[in-house]
Design a protein around this ligand. Structure first.
Ligand code: SF4
Ligand code: SF4
Length: 344
């Protein structure tokens, strides 16, 4: 059975959960930009979607892998990070970003178990917010073309849907039920009317998605156009800024560097982008993706071909961030549709 929580009780719930020793992250307004941050006992900002995806809670932009001490050229001590045990609550994740976390789950446990990601992921409970009034899907959203919806429950422990002065709360997992338990009487049983209203607002939101991508035949088209001149044409516009990858909720590439100061050092990993020329350069100096066309082609192939082959899921969740942030208006829907045309 679904529950409800009145909006004026959310702050109390956040406080209760935080005081049980849980770190609560949610959308926070930061200099005009919404980002996922520690709520510090506050409530989520009113938001449509965060500029940077919430993946950074589980896969931070920069993360220390371990510390070390050094004497001249000799490593004298290695200090493994202490594995944190604190539970994490991610409150207010949009359904597309939760589906993106499923892609990261598959990736970070695919051919190698990534301990840094898995440790945080195991501790995390994810509460999604449906994209309904007053925060309807954006013009650039196309989640319904790639298996999602503004109220998809994929990857979520709970889904909250805004129905005016309250949220309708659906729990799908033990982690979700634990939040109900912690909240206690802050939650109440949903009435039939609440459930009906929820169904209506979900349907309305879905009808507002204007962008569509026909995924039929994409893989074949991409396989047939690897050497096609089409990739030169559209990549000429690309500035190589990397924004489309750095803000993508499913992108997961990183670089590793040692940072050393006065006998102490740390090994850090930092988000990287396949749109940068040095990303693929070999120690020999050879670069298998020397031009923007190779790098743009790789981005599209990764999302719509390689991810399907390796993880059995698309690498794009239709969040539209790459469309709305590209400074030269490169639109991934048009790019994929163009590849399908080129393959004819
Ligand atoms: S955001 Fe646009 S210009 Fe920048 S790398 Fe991506 S496609 Fe190229
Ligand atoms: S490729 Fe673009 S639309 Fe797809 S998930 Fe990444 S940022 Fe979102």
């Amino acid at each position: 059975m679904a529950s409800i929580i009145n909006k004026d009780k959310v702050a109390e719930l956040v406080k209760k959960v935080s005081s049980s020793g849980c770190e609560v992250f949610g959308p926070v307004e930061n200099g005009g930009v919404t980002l996922f941050r520690n709520l510090d006992g506050g409530i989520p900002s009113d938001f449509t979607n965060s500029k940077k995806p919430p993946k950074e809670v589980l896969f931070p932009q920069t993360e220390t892998m371990f510390d070390f001490e050094i004497d001249g050229s000799k490593i004298t001590a290695l200090v493994e990070p202490v594995e944190a045990q604190t539970p994490i609550l991610m409150l207010g994740v949009r359904p597309c970003d939760a589906r993106a976390i499923q892609v990261l789950d598959a990736l970070f446990t695919w051919d190698y178990i990534d301990p840094y990601y898995v440790n945080k992921r195991d501790r995390a409970t994810i509460i999604g917010f449906s994209c309904t009034e007053p925060h309807m899907p954006l013009q650039s959203c196309f989640c319904t073309s790639v298996g999602g919806s503004p109220s998809s429950k994929d990857g979520l422990d709970m889904l909250w849907t805004d129905i005016g002065d309250r949220y309708l709360v659906e729990s799908f997992t033990d982690k979700g039920n634990k939040i109900l338990e912690t909240g206690g009487n802050l939650f109440a049983n949903a009435a039939k009317d609440d459930e009906k209203k929820t169904e209506d607002v979900k349907k309305l939101a879905e009808s507002k998605i204007v962008r569509k991508l026909d995924t039929e035949g994409i893989e074949k088209a991409l396989e047939a156009t690897f050497d096609h001149e089409y990739w030169d044409e559209f990549a000429r516009r690309c500035l190589g800024c990397g924004e489309c990858t750095l803000l993508c909720p499913t992108c997961h590439c990183f670089d590793i560097n040692d940072v050393i100061t006065r006998g102490k050092g740390k090994r850090e990993r930092t988000w990287d982008s396949c749109q940068y020329p040095y990303y693929t350069i070999h120690a020999s100096g050879h670069n298998p993706r020397p031009d923007k066309k190779h790098r743009q082609r790789n981005r599209v192939y990764h999302k719509f071909l390689y991810s399907n082959k390796n993880l059995d899921m698309l690498g794009c969740v239709g969040c539209g961030r790459c469309i709305s942030t590209c400074p030269v208006n490169i639109d991934i829907i048009e790019v994929v549709e163009g590849a399908k045309e080129a393959a004819k």
